[in-house]
Design a protein around this ligand. Sequence first.
Ligand code: PMP
Length: 285
Amino acid sequence: MSTVFLNDAFMPITEAKISPMDRGFLFGDGIYEVIPSYDGKLVGFGPHIERMRSGLAALEIPLDWEPARWLLLCQQLIEKNGRGNLGIYLHVSRGADSKRFHAYPEGVKPTVFAYTFAINPPPPADKDKVQGFKVSTARDLRWQRCNIKSTALLGNVMHFQQGYAAGHNEIILYNARNEMTEGSSCNAYIVKHGTVITPPLDHQLLPGITRLILLDILRKDGTIPVEERTVTMDEVFDADEVWLTSSSKEIAPVIEIDGKPVADGKPGDVWLAAQTLFSANKYNY
Ligand code: PMP
């Protein structure tokens, strides 16, 4: 049975209880992270914790854990739940107040919850073995602060469900100007004439840690050009390759969008080169 961390203690998941007055429960008032760990090795611990700390600061949630405290928690969870392919889920809500009132309460202790769950092994850098994603598309109807990794994920959940109900693995979202924003749970990219292109960071998308690591690896390697710029949906449908990234999928090649194949409907050569570089360098972050 999985051992989880809630507030100051480890316990079996069945014993973990929170108050119904917790603002995470009532308002989705919290921040979370998912850090992948393979055989006890974390990917992107530093940037994940930095993003969490900046989310807590943006929400003015007063939790002053240093990165070393988070690292100890991750290591303890791995130790208690076994090595393997794990997602380490870290969650901080503003805590339980005595009443339901929108304004941030004073003197309430944030709730810290963490647990691990099994994730797939990292995708093989092999065009014949990797799972190609089939996706839907939809107008992005989420809020205007998608750069904050908030636990209030109903907009994302409803979009994911739209794709899932259509039998798809994900859904690619676009704004009112027909520009791609991201997936419901991942960042999105196209490849055109050998260049990897992804939308720039702004309020419309999450600053993904896999995105950060991938772009850094590609720029340092220098063989595949990278651009951060607006991508229209016309460009998405005309792309040579389309990819999605997240901590649990790494780089997922998209082979079909709204029932139409992406190029020849198979993972591409640039994906193969990028996933190979990612697999070789990801533990440096
Ligand atoms: N965008 C959204 C909306 C997400 O939920 C996620 C994470 N699941 C990502 C992008 C990718 O972020 P990361 O690479 O840090 O997992």
